[in-house]
Design a protein around this ligand. Structure first.
Ligand SMILES: *Cc1c(COP(=O)(O)O)cnc(C)c1O
Ligand SMILES: [Zn+2]
Length: 428
C-alpha cells in the first residue's frame, strides 16, 4: 500500500509514483496535492516534525528534528483584548523550547524536501533560489544531512547566509542583481544535466512541511483555529496550512470549518494584496506591481518580495481565500515596526521583519472587528530569534563560491559550477 499519492487540483489525475513530480502528466499549471492513505492525524513518538510524519510526503525520517512551537499568548493577547490567542513561533527561543537554528519557518520546508530528494531524486542535485531565509534553511539542513545542494542568492543578501556551524558540501552562488535575477539564474542552472529545481510552491514537501505549523498548534489548541494570521510572499506557507486544515477536517475530530485566512503583505510592494483588493484572479503588473524594483527597495520585510507568487494558479492563494474565507492586509513599514516593538517588549523575543508584518495584520484585524474577542486565533510568527541565537552561538558567515550576473553565459556558469561540485563531492 502506498503511503501517499499526488493529485492534480485541476483534472484530478492521480500520480501514483512520485519522482519528485511537480506537475500532472497533462502538464497543467495547477498544483498537485498530497493525499495520504491514513486519514486520522497520528502523533508519533518521534522528535520534531517527524511526530506528524504520516502526513509528510517521505518514507523515512531524517536526523534533523526542528519543529514549530505553539503557546497561548498572555502579553499580546491582553494588550489586544483577546482571550484565545495562540502563537506559533518558528525560530530560536530556547526558553520556549524553540530550536529552529536558521530562525525562520523555511527550515520546516527544507527538512521534508531534502528527505524527498534523498528518496526520489538521489541522482540529481537540488537547486534552491532565495532572498535569504530559504537558502539559509536549506543549506543548513543539507549540510547536516550530507546532501550537497546549490544555493543561488542575490549578492546584496549574502549577509543572510550564516549558520551555527561550518557548512559543508554546498555550492553557494552570488547573483549581482535582485531576487528576480537570482531566480532567473537559478532556473538556467536547474535546466542543466543532473540538476533538480527545488520546485517552489509546486514542491509538495515544502507545503506539507509548513502545514506542520497547524498540526503543532492543534496539540495546544485541541481544535482548528477560527482565524489564521501569516505574512505572505510566495504564498507557499498559507497554501500549506490551508491544505493541512482540509486533512484535519477530514479526520473529523478537530472541527469542521476551515480557518479564515488573514494574510499580510508589506507595502509598497504587495501584488497579491492589490489583486485581491480589486477582486481579480490575475496579477496585472501595471496595476499591482507599479515601479516594482523601487518599491522592493523600500520594503521593511523584503523576504516577501516575490514578483511571481502562487496567487492565480489553481489551488493557489486566490482559490484558498475564496474557499476558506479571509482577506489580505496591506501593511506599511511603520505599522510593521510598531507591531514588532510591541511584540518584542511584551512577548520577549526579537522578530524577523516578515513576522512583524503578520502581527501588524492581527492588530489591524482587531481594530476592524474582523475577529471576535474570544475567537480561537493562531498567529504564525514565521521567523525570529536572530538576536537571541547570537547569545548562544558565534555564527559562521558563508562566502559565495563565485559570483555571476544575469548576463553571464550559462556555459561559463556551468564550467565554474562543475568545478565546485567536484570539490564539494570530493571533500565528503
Ligand atoms: C518566506 C517567509 C514568509 C512568507 O512565506 P511564503 O511561503 O513565501 O508566503 C514569511 N515569513 C518569513 C520569516 C519568511 O521567511
Ligand atoms: Zn492535471
Amino acid at each position: 500500500m502506498k503511503k501517499y499519492t499526488l493529485r492534480c487540483v485541476e483534472c484530478g489525475e492521480e500520480i501514483i509514483k512520485d519522482e519528485y513530480t511537480t506537475r500532472c502528466k497533462r502538464g497543467h499549471s495547477a498544483l498537485l496535492r498530497t493525499e495520504y492513505r491514513r486519514k486520522k492525524l497520528e502523533v508519533k513518538d518521534s522528535p520534531g516534525i517527524w511526530k506528524f510524519s504520516n502526513w509528510l510526503p517521505v518514507m523515512r525520517e531524517s536526523s534533523c528534528d526542528a519543529s514549530p512551537i505553539t503557546y497561548k499568548s498572555e502579553g499580546l493577547a491582553k494588550e489586544l483584548g483577546l482571550s484565545n490567542l495562540y502563537i506559533s513561533f518558528n525560530g530560536y527561543w530556547p526558553e520556549r523550547g524553540a530550536y529552529i537554528k536558521t530562525c525562520s519557518f523555511k527550515e520546516l520546508e527544507a527538512m521534508p524536501t531534502l528527505q524527498r530528494v534523498c528518496e526520489r531524486a538521489r541522482d540529481r542535485m537540488l537547486v534552491v533560489c532565495s532572498a535569504g531565509n530559504t537558502a539559509r534553511g536549506f543549506v543548513y539542513i543539507s549540510s547536516i544531512l550530507n546532501i550537497p545542494i546549490i544555493a543561488v542568492v542575490p549578492r546584496d543578501y549574502m549577509d543572510r547566509m550564516w549558520a551555527v556551524e561550518e557548512i559543508k558540501g554546498v555550492v553557494l552562488i552570488a547573483v549581482v542583481g535582485d531576487y528576480t535575477d537570482a531566480i532567473k539564474v537559478g532556473e538556467k542552472i536547474s535546466g542543466l544535466e543532473g540538476m533538480l529545481g527545488e520546485g517552489g510552491v509546486r514542491n509538495v514537501a515544502r507545503r506539507d512541511g509548513l502545514g506542520m505549523v497547524l498540526l503543532d498548534a492543534l496539540l495546544s489548541m485541541k481544535e482548528l483555529p477560527r482565524h489564521y494570521f501569516q505574512a505572505v510572499g510566495s504564498g507557499v506557507g498559507a497554501i500549506g496550512v490551508f491544505e493541512m486544515a482540509k486533512r484535519v477536517i477530514e479526520d473529523g475530530r478537530f472541527g469542521k470549518e476551515l480557518p479564515r485566512l488573514h494574510l499580510a503583505q508589506n507595502l509598497p510592494f504587495a501584488p497579491m494584496y492589490n489583486a485581491w483588493k480589486a477582486k481579480r484572479r490575475e496579477i496585472i503588473a501595471e496595476h499591482d506591481m507599479q515601479d516594482a524594483d523601487n518599491a522592493i527597495k523600500r520594503m521593511y520585510a523584503n523576504v516577501l518580495s516575490t514578483k511571481n507568487p502562487a496567487y492565480s494558479i489553481k489551488g493557489g492563494v486566490y482559490d484558498i481565500l475564496n474557499e476558506a474565507g479571509g482577506t489580505i492586509y496591506g501593511i506599511t513599514n511603520e505599522e510593521a515596526k510598531e507591531a514588532e516593538k510591541l511584540f518584542e517588549s511584551i512577548e520577549g523575543i526579537d522578530l524577523d521583519p516578515a513576522a512583524s508584518v503578520g502581527i501588524a495584520a492581527l492588530i489591524k484585524a482587531v481594530e476592524q472587528d474582523a475577529v471576535g474577542k474570544d475567537d480561537k486565533i493562531l498567529l504564525n510568527v514565521s521567523g525570529g530569534g536572530y538576536k537571541r541565537i547570537k547569545e548562544d552561538y558565534s555564527l559562521c558567515k558563508m562566502k559565495p563560491d563565485f559570483s555571476v550576473s544575469l548576463d553571464t553565459p550559462i556555459e561559463e556558469i556551468e564550467k565554474e559550477l562543475r568545478e565546485c561540485i567536484k570539490a564539494v563531492t570530493l571533500s565528503r
